[in-house]
Design a binder for this molecule. Structure first.
Ligand code: G4P
Length: 531
């Protein structure tokens, strides 16, 4: 098969939602359709419920499972679908943002009763920044929920995107009867059957067809006629180009738990979702169809097999063909590397892969060579863009509790921060180590992993900081600022200067008083300054 045929077959996407909206349940149903699993309940949820650390530790122990479910691939209607899992827990939001750099589109799950929630808003901001195409699945129609028109209004306003319903619910909650598919005038009638795999559609000639009254009752039939008339009057016909530009989100209604409304969404997704897209680098745009292989690392996962200290780096293939046992170039380290056991995630098992194509995700065993954002090429020195670190919001000083194990602690902290679990800063004089995260849970995870993987113990003492900002600009102005605030200046792992601001007010003051310095809240500036 030619490279362009391989590219055409691939659809790589992420499912995003506020926790509890139904992401895990929907993922499972998609896998059922794809034949990747045989029964519901087979996917172990790797989400972290509430803030129960014990759950997380339990998950850590089963890390084999969670690694396997970080990427799930299956065949469906002649395509290869790659689902990239994103942690729902807000403390792992940064991991999610980075995973979104490796997808070509997303499906957003919204709870019909709750509408737009905090994480929905944040995740969509990231998608909107990149113009990622979005399909919205309004879930839990079997429960009492909001009026669908109100929901659409809220989605448009809060997420700053136009919507276009492609299916429409007939009632909701205990009186939910099913959905009407606006694009082919058929009905999918609701039966609360969790085991049913394929939907059975009932075609009707038109909405005036009396069959509709027989099927859903006169009252609901009339309501549906009214609703559809309103929809067709208010919304433009669905325009795929607007969807591909990330400006218009088609909306489906259903119930993931009952596997209802999922198939029509998946079928539409297969039809309209973009294949592997081009990626920006510091030098040029990389197109999937280029002969030469390129890819980048968007996630690093510790491999918790106690006999091995290695990690798994997740590589998204961007162009050309990735081949096993072939030397590739690692531009940041300026060295060549090859991989004898790269694997893919087809059919939920880990299989060694001989070759992979744009859109695919490959798991590479790593002994500490990779950082998130690193590229691999056939020799070209390029840096992929748009894989930023964000400013942490919680800061703690690392205090070593076992002086005999300081080497282990240093190594542990160094490796864990390479994984993107947290950011590490160093303050001079004194070589103070400060860790910044976006959530409380990360500190517990780091502490646990330091103990179990590196045999080191540490305490984390709170520091009163609010944000970390990378500084660039006039050299003299920066030097003056450092002299004025030495206690709040640190360097990151790449020796970039960082200002730790104690409050939002102090950050504003620093910006106002130092117009020659730019304070960056994401590390994206590194790429900008390399241009
Ligand atoms: P998440 O990954 O987005 O966090 O959500 P998840 O799929 O775990 O779903 C959260 C809860 O919502 C689960 O219930 C799940 O069963 C339920 N759910 C998902 N889809 C639907 C739906 O269409 N209708 C209804 N009524 N419920 C739905 P739970 O009680 O928290 O967990 P569990 O014990 O059922 O696993």
């Amino acid at each position: 098969m030619s490279l362009s045929q391989e590219i055409d077959k691939r659809k790589t996407f992420g499912i995003i939602s506020h926790p509890d909206a139904g992401k895990t349940t929907l993922t499972e149903k998609l896998l059922l359709f794809g034949g990747a699993i045989q029964t519901a309940g087979a996917v172990k949820s790797n989400k972290i419920k509430k803030t129960a650390t014990s759950d997380f530790m339990e998950i850590e122990k089963q890390r084999g499972i969670s690694v396997a479910t970080s990427v799930m691939s299956f065949h469906y209607k002649g395509k290869i679908v790659n689902i990239l899992d994103t942690p729902g827990h807000k403390d792992f939001a940064e991991d999610t943002y980075r995973t979104l750099t490796a997808v070509d589109s997303v499906i957003l799950v919204v709870d019909a009763a709750k509408g737009v929630e905090a994480q929905t808003r944040k995740l969509m901001q990231v998608c909107r920044m990149r113009n990622t195409p979005v399909i919205i699945f309004v879930n839990k129609l079997d429960r009492e929920g909001r009026d669908p028109f109100d929901l659409l209004d809220e989605l448009e306003q809060e997420l700053n995107i136009s919507t276009r319903p492609l299916s429409w619910p007939i009632n909701i909650g205990s009186r939910f009867k099913g959905v009407y598919l606006l694009y082919n005038q058929s009905l999918n009638l609701f039966e609360g059957d969790k085991t049913k795999k394929a939907a059975e559609y009932k075609a009707i000639d038109s909405l005036e067809d009396t069959k509709l009254d027989e099927l859903v009752g006169e009252e609901d039939a009339n309501q549906l006629r009214e609703d559809v008339e309103l929809i067709e009057g208010v919304y433009e016909p669905f325009d795929r180009n607007l969807y591909l530009d990330g400006l218009l989100a088609p909306v489906f209604f259903g119930s993931a738990l009952n596997n209802f409304g999922v198939q029509e969404m998946l079928d539409t997704f297969i039809d309209i979702a973009p294949g592997p897209k081009s990626r920006e680098t510091d030098k040029r745009e990389v197109k999937p169809s280029e002969d030469k292989f390129t890819g980048f690392i968007f996630k690093i996962h510790a491999n918790l097999d106690p006999n091995h200290r290695d990690r798994i780096a997740f590589l998204r293939v961007c162009s050309g063909t990735f081949e096993r046992n072939t030397f590739y170039y690692h531009p940041r380290l300026e060295k060549k590397m090859r991989f004898s056991n790269p694997y893919t995630f087809l059919a939920s098992s880990k299989d060694v892969v001989e070759e992979a194509f744009p859109g695919d995700v490959v798991g590479l065993y790593d002994t500490g060579n990779f950082k998130i954002g690193d590229g691999l090429t056939e020799g070209e020195s390029i840096e992929f863009q748009g894989i930023p670190s964000f400013s942490p919001e919680l800061f703690r000083e690392v205090v070593n509790l076992d002086p005999m194990k300081s080497k282990q602690l240093e190594k542990g902290i160094d490796q864990l921060t390479d994984e993107g679990v947290a950011q590490l800063y160093t303050q001079q004089p004194g070589n103070r180590k400060i860790i910044g995260t976006v959530g409380e849970l990360q500190f517990e995870v780091i502490q646990y992993r330091l103990k179990h993987e590196y045999n080191a113990s540490a305490r984390f003492d709170s520091l009163p900081y609010h944000k970390a900002c990378w500084m660039t600009g006039d050299e003299q102005a920066i030097q003056d600022f450092i002299k004025y605030k030495p206690q709040d200046i640190v360097v990151d792992k790449d020796d970039n200067l960082v200002f730790l601001a104690q409050t939002a007010f102090m950050l504003d003051m620093a910006k106002q008083n130092n117009p020659k310095i730019t304070f960056h809240e994401t590390s994206e500036f590194k790429v900008a300054s390399a241009n």
